[in-house]
Structure formats: structure tokens, C-alpha cells
Write a protein that binds this ligand. Sequence first.
Ligand code: UDX
Length: 436
Amino acid sequence: MKISMIGTGYVGLVSGICFSDFGHEVVCVDKAEEKITQLKRGEVPIFEPGLSTVMERNVTAGRLQFSTDLSSAVADADAVFIAVGTPTRRGDGHADLTYVMAAAEEIARALTDYTVVVTKSTVPVGTNRKMADIIRRTRPDAEFDVASNPEFLREGAAVDDFMRPDRVIVGVENDRAQQVMGDVYRPLFLRDFPIVFTDLESAELIKYAANAFLATKISFINEIAALCERVGADIKSVAKGMGLDGRIGNKFLHAGPGYGGSCFPKDTSALARIGQEHGVPQHITETVIHVNEAVKRRMIDKITDLCDGSVNGKTVAVLGVTFKPNTDDMREAPALTIVPHLVGNGANVRVVDPQGRREGEALLPGVTWETDPYIAAKDADVLLILTEWNEFRALDLSRLAGSMSNPKMADLRNIYSREDVLAAGFTAYDSVGRKS
Ligand code: UDX
């Protein structure tokens, strides 16, 4: 099959590369020339474990190409995927569909034979139908169908998520489009991964509902964590006890400094808007958003308390600033709220992150970047763990405590135990949802 992928951002690049690994002929298209040049040189512009290996083997096999020429890429494709960005529109929380609609129009002009135009970008309910109208208006003679195929890739595990998905969701309007989409995903279907065919609106909503539900689990457990602290319970035991109930499940019940990333904040806020627009307010999702903001403020209070009421003049060594480990992505990371607060209130902040510096430098002015946690902690007052990178999970606690001027730890990912930290020489330890 011939597939073109419009947009080589995170989703487009991972999907395009993985489709070529299914054996399809794929052209990934982007307007950004330097990005395409970089890809043609064999360089992957994002940090995603395993992606460059898959890219290399498919380029070598001649199945994967990169281009800035949308028209030729679309002309003989069986399926054209739109994977351009849908950022949150400033001011109103709406998903900004400018890029999606512009891509649809450009694709329409380039269509030749029957083609399925598929949205991978996360778009509000009704967008696929609007997109079909635009294509029809631009090219009344074109033979095409639209399909909605939302992605569920986790950053840091995206290749595996693509190759071994829990499910694939495809919204279509007729058998012809379903046949093409079935062929696109045949390698997964043959290996018994579930493919759910549904209508366009349901497919669009599944993505928002799934992400809002996961965000709800996180905000829920973060609120229970605050209660644990007040009543003397332990969130790890509570989450374990809850998660063993098969109806609840143990995933996404890790308390922490709040969810971030490119999806949960954007999709919860878009779902809240969609609900308001249709006169069906999504109260739970709206509350989840508020709770997530409050969690970050609660974390600031914890750090301030460890600094005896003021961070002014204190040295804080921050371990991890990306929104989660195994990514260089800083979008909506709790660090973007917490670190500027510390800097703004007079703290001397040192940051260590295995991948975060490239993006983080511009986003976190006023901090000092270090590469080694032990150097960052030297003479510091507080060690603050914000992202649970593997390299921060087995630190030599005694060495750290010995070199700090005031060995206190705020472990906002609950990766250490209070007993171990205090036994190593720290004088205070705070975490989330456990005794401080
Ligand atoms: C998410 C969804 O998992 C994915 O299906 C969707 O397509 C895109 O959004 P991603 O943003 O890459 O993926 O990260 P994920 O691993 O889901 O974590 C999101 C945020 O939630 C992170 O900030 C993480 O630290 C936080 N989180 C996750 C918790 O605080 N507790 C948890 O138990 C799980």
C-alpha cells in the first residue's frame, strides 16, 4: 500500500516510520525544509527510544521517504494521514484546527484516484465531517472518503505502543473506507490486536474520553494522596489496595506533582470546551483540570515548608524537569510551574535532566544546568525529585546527604522510602501522600 503522512511532528513521524515497518510504502511530508533535510540525513529530530533503528531499516529497504512535496506524495497514495499539530488556541481552550483544515485543502487539490483521508491529529467531534466538506468544496470531482484514526502513543514507549497497541480505533462512513483502513492495519489484525471500526463521531470522542479518563485517575489519586497525608495513611498502600480490584486496575494510580505532556492538559481542556459548546458540561473533566493545577501549588507549599517557610536564598537541586522520563518533552511539565516559582522567590536553582536541557534552557531562565546529581547537590539545602528518570532511582543517598549543607529531600515521585532517606543522613523527607 502507499501511504502519505502529512506532518512529521511526534505522532506523524512515529506513525509514518512504523507504517513503513508494516511493509507499506510511506512518504512523510513536512513544510519545514530543515526538518526534512535532517530526516533525509538519517537524523531523528525527536528523542524517542528505538525510533531511529526502525527508521534506518525502512529507509534502507526503500520503503520510507521524506519530502516537502505534498502534491506528489498524495497523488498516488491509497491513504493520506493528517498528523499536523492541534495546539490549544490561546484564550479559549479550543483545539486550533487551522493546520488540519489547511492540510485538508492542500490534499484535496492533489488527489487523483480514490483515496482515504485519515485524521491522526486529535480533533474535536465533528471535525472529520467538516474536513470532508472542505475537500468536497475544493475538489467536487475527487473520489475520497474520510476516516478518523486517533493515536494512543505514549512518549518514550511510542514504537512499542504502535506495534503492540491495546486497540486501534477507526471511524469510517462506509465499507470501502473500512476496507482500505483494514489493509493499512492488516499486520496488527493478523496478530490479533483488536481493531474497532465505528462511526466518525465515536472515534473522535473515544480519544478525548480515554485521555480525560486517564487524567481523572491521576487527579483522583492525587487528591486521595493529599487526604492520606492529613489522616496518616500511605498512598502507595491505598493505590495498591484499590488497583487490585480488576474493575479499577493498578495503572495510572501513581500520585505525583500532577500530569503534564502534550496530550492530557490539551485534551482535557478541549473536552471541557466541547461539552460546553454542546450544552453538556463535562463537570468531572473540568474538576480534573482544577485539581491538576492545585496539585502543582501543593507541591510548591511542600518545598517551601522544607525550606522553613521561605525559599529565598536557599539552594535547590532539581532532579528531572521533563514531564515524565524517557522524553525530552517539557510541554506542560509540572517543572514549568514549580521551578519558576522557586527562582522568582529568590532560590538558587540547579537542574539536572538527562534530556531536558535542550528545550528546558529557554523555558527555565535563571537556573544553572548541571549534568551530575552529586555536583548539583553539593552545598544545597533541598534535593527536589521532579521526574522519575531511572538514573535518579538508585542514588547514593549517604554521599548526597554528606555533601549538602542542609540535607532535605522532596521526593515528588515517591521513588525513595522515608526510612532509607533519613537513615542516609537526610534531616527531612517529604513525598506525596505519605508521612512527612
Ligand atoms: C498520554 C497517553 O497515555 C497516550 O495514550 C496519549 O495518546 C497521549 O497522552 P503521554 O502524554 O506520552 O501519553 O504520557 P503518559 O505516560 O500517559 O503520562 C502523562 C502524564 O501523567 C505524565 O506527566 C505522567 O507523569 C503523569 N502520570 C501518569 C502520573 O502522574 N501518574 C500516573 O499514574 C501516570
